[in-house]
Design a protein around this ligand. Structure first.
Ligand SMILES: *Cc1c(COP(=O)(O)O)cnc(C)c1O
Length: 496
């Protein structure tokens, strides 16, 4: 079955997967969504016999129907190789009553590697399929983790340039050091005086700037996005939901057909939306539990049906989730109103103009069938890290701790005893300061790298290569600009 994609803001046009991948975002500002959902065409039992790459192929072939088998296998082989420090790619640990799915064994030790390891290859193949001869310019706004993962994925890739914008002062010291030490002639990293939403809005405005796009095309460039709005990122994330199920089945933890829950630490709603897509293709999922930090726009939506971004932006110890506009939520909103782009446009206009919108009762019912919302305060996060460590010796990062704390509360409130996977999105070494302070109760003043050694001493957990590599690396990027000057930085880098 051929799967075509529609924009959430225009029901009239349908495009192929490869075209959607080269575009990132549709010209009308909408996000691409599959017109219909395919179904897995092998049994769960058969799926449970496959390794990660095998599951990746079975899932991606359903969505990327204009790729040949050879093309997909090429992309999958290039992506999921020894860059990952675990043969399983995504190992799972059973700790204190839940399965922790570790998505942080890639080159930048956070879950963004799962999709950004493969996106450059998907994009290369897609560009060729669509006879695109211009160089692709990737513009990316990052709350910390996407930036480095995209830089690592695209550095040195021929025919591609990449510019990453991050909120100066809004990411962890290790995250910043990872980005500003990135080597490569085709990469540029810029700090902006603003928060993540400012960076994301700035990038969206540049994409939507028709005049600027024309200038760019004349110079032999075209924009694309590596943000989680690109289906080339979303679909590869569906894989580890299917793989988790296969893994639990293979290890006799569940019977074929048993339902499982996932708890997902959420910011831009990309990760958990991939979980929903997994459910749509036939993975037996009971609840998708959306865990927010104190920027709990989504939790409030689940409580009230109102999405309201009019509130203070809070800097938390889980910065990759410090987001008030969850881009990918638009896709769920669109699906919840029966794929009606007119209705979706109206709500997105409300969001733009008033900063809020309200979902209808029918939409809310659709969403409630699959999702449950929860949130964890900074205190709950810190306590949960300590609790898990004291009880089991297992160390979790701040983002994973948001999910873990939300799950504890969910279990107490609902008594739901369905087997549950906690999606673990970062290595504790990426957020060492907050993790160590949670465990030892000390407000550390030392440099982040000193704390890395202390965390290692205390817990005996190996320091990942991604951290040792940047320790003494040179700082290659020091540009900082105002949130209204992002376009100028793009021009400078491309010499327009
Ligand atoms: C990006 C990120 C998240 C949030 O994922 P979304 O897809 O934006 O919801 C959570 N944790 C970590 C460590 C991340 O890097």
């Amino acid at each position: 079955m051929e799967i075509l994609y529609k924009s959430t803001r225009d029901n009239s046009k349908r495009v192929t997967a490869s075209y959607a991948i080269t575009k990132g975002i549709a010209d009308d500002g909408g996000l691409y969504v599959p017109e219909t959902f395919p179904s897995l065409d092998i049994s769960l039992e058969e799926l449970s016999k496959l390794d990660y790459k095998g599951v990746a192929y079975e899932v991606m072939k359903l969505f990327f129907t204009d790729f040949t088998k050879e093309e997909l296998l090429y992309c999958i082989d290039k992506a999921y190789d020894s860059k990952f420090d675990s043969k399983e790619i995504v190992p799972m640990s059973y700790v204190d009553g839940a399965y922790y799915l570790e998505l942080f064994h890639g080159s930048t030790i956070a879950f963004k590697d799962m999709a950004l390891s493969i996106l450059p290859y998907l994009m290369k193949v897609s560009a060729k399929k669509n006879n695109i001869n211009e160089d692709i310019v990737i513009l990316t706004a990052t709350s910390g983790d996407t930036g480095k993962a995209a830089l690592a994925g695209f550095a040195g890739v021929e025919g591609v340039k990449i510019i990453v914008f991050y909120p100066k002062g809004g990411v962890s010291a290790i995250q910043e050091k990872q980005m500003v030490t990135q080597v490569g002639d085709n990469v540029k990293v810029v700090g902006i005086k603003g928060n993540f939403d400012d960076a994301q809005t700035g990038v969206k405005n540049i994409f939507a700037d028709k005049e600027f796009n024309e200038i760019l095309n004349k110079s032999g460039y075209r924009f694309s996005s590596a943000n989680s709005i690109n289906i080339g990122r979303l679909i590869p994330q569906v894989v580890y939901y299917a793989y988790s199920y296969a893994n639990l089945l293979a290890n006799g933890k569940i019977e074929e057909g048993d339902l499982i829950n996932f708890v997902v630490p959420t910011g831009n709603f990309g990760n958990i939306l991939a979980g929903y897509f997994a459910k749509c293709i036939g993975i037996p999922i009971n609840r998708l539990i959306c865990a927010s930090n104190e920027n709990k726009v989504l939790y409030d939506f689940f409580e009230t049906s109102v999405y309201d971004k009019n509130r203070d932006f809070i800097l938390t110890t889980s910065p990759s989730m410090d987001i008030l506009i969850s881009s990918n939520f638009e896709r769920l909103i669109y699906l919840s109103c029966g794929s009606d782009s007119e209705k979706n446009i109206k709500l997105m206009n409300d969001l733009k103009e008033k900063g809020s919108y309200e979902a209808s009762a029918d939409m809310k019912k659709f969403i409630d069938e699959s999702f449950t919302g929860g949130f964890a305060s900074e205190e709950m996060v810190s306590k949960r890290i300590k609790n898990v460590y004291d009880k089991t010796g297992y160390v979790i990062d701040t983002h994973t701790a948001v999910a873990s704390a939300v799950y504890e509360e969910y279990k107490n409130e609902t008594k739901d005893d369905t087997k549950t996977v906690i999606v673990s999105t970062a290595s504790p070494y990426k957020f060492t300061r907050a993790v160590l302070s949670s465990i030892d109760g000390i407000d550390h003043k030392e440099d982040d790298f000193v704390l890395v050694d202390k965390l290692c001493e205390l817990t005996g957990m190996n320091i990942p290569k991604a951290v040792t590599d940047i320790r003494n690396a040179d700082i290659l990027h020091d540009t900082v600009c105002g949130k209204d000057e992002m376009k100028d930085e793009v021009k400078k880098f491309l010499k327009l």
